[in-house]
Design a protein around this ligand. Structure first.
Ligand code: IDP
Ligand code: MG
Length: 184
């Protein structure tokens, strides 16, 4: 039975700063991930503190939150069979020096704190972290807006007016004649 999962991936400030986001996204795609959603954002320090709350007792917490909020990041929902584990494998160990060859952190990571990518560490955390960056109510309104744009583009398209004309041809012709009568 296939076990398709979604997980959260973040391309961290050090990688975005070096313009590596397309290269890193290519790595995910080459490894069978589908990028379902992505956005480039910059978060506040308070948001970084909330996101990394599990690490609040660690000595590097302050530095970590300053860093994550220091510049633009790319947050993505990526999908694959066993995505959580597969993403952790593709990312490599937290410290790039200890990461396995071919992993993203080994290739692009600078140091343990500037290790280019984040990935959820469990299925439950993936759900929490996806909701953190892609709120379900935002998704709902985004879909609604898409529908409105779609209907609007249909409504204002030439095809729409042609159909309307064909359906009410007689009415339009009558209107035209009436306008002529009024003018002359
Ligand atoms: P992970 O990103 O591999 O899941 P975590 O232990 O969850 O690693 O740590 C979160 C992030 O905190 C790491 O990606 C790394 O940037 C940073 N970090 C972890 N350990 C250290 C450390 O010893 N010094 C500085 N930063 C660290
Ligand atoms: Mg972690």
């Amino acid at each position: 039975m296939s076990n398709i999962e979604q997980t959260l991936s973040i391309i961290k400030p050090d990688a975005v700063e070096r313009n590596l986001q397309e290269e890193i996204k290519k790595k995910f795609i080459e490894n069978g991930f589908i990028i379902k959603k992505e956005k480039k954002i910059q978060i506040s320090k308070a948001e970084a503190e909330e996101f990394y709350k599990v690490h609040e007792t660690k000595p590097f917490y302050e530095e970590l939150c300053n860093y994550l909020s220091s510049g633009p990041i790319v947050v993505m929902i990526i999908e694959k069979v066993n995505a959580v584990l597969e993403n952790r494998k593709l990312m490599g160990a937290t410290d790039p020096l200890k990461a396995e060859d071919g992993t993203i952190r080994k290739i692009y990571g600078i140091s343990i704190d500037k290790n280019s990518v984040h990935g959820s560490d469990s299925v439950d955390n993936a759900k929490i972290e996806i909701e953190f960056f892609f709120k379900s109510w935002e998704q709902f309104f985004a879909k609604l807006l898409d529908k409105v744009y779609f209907l609007q583009s249909k409504f204002f398209s030439r095809g729409f007016w042609v159909c309307l004309f064909l359906k009410f041809e007689f009415f339009f012709v009558l209107l035209f004649y009436q306008s002529q009568i009024n003018y002359f």
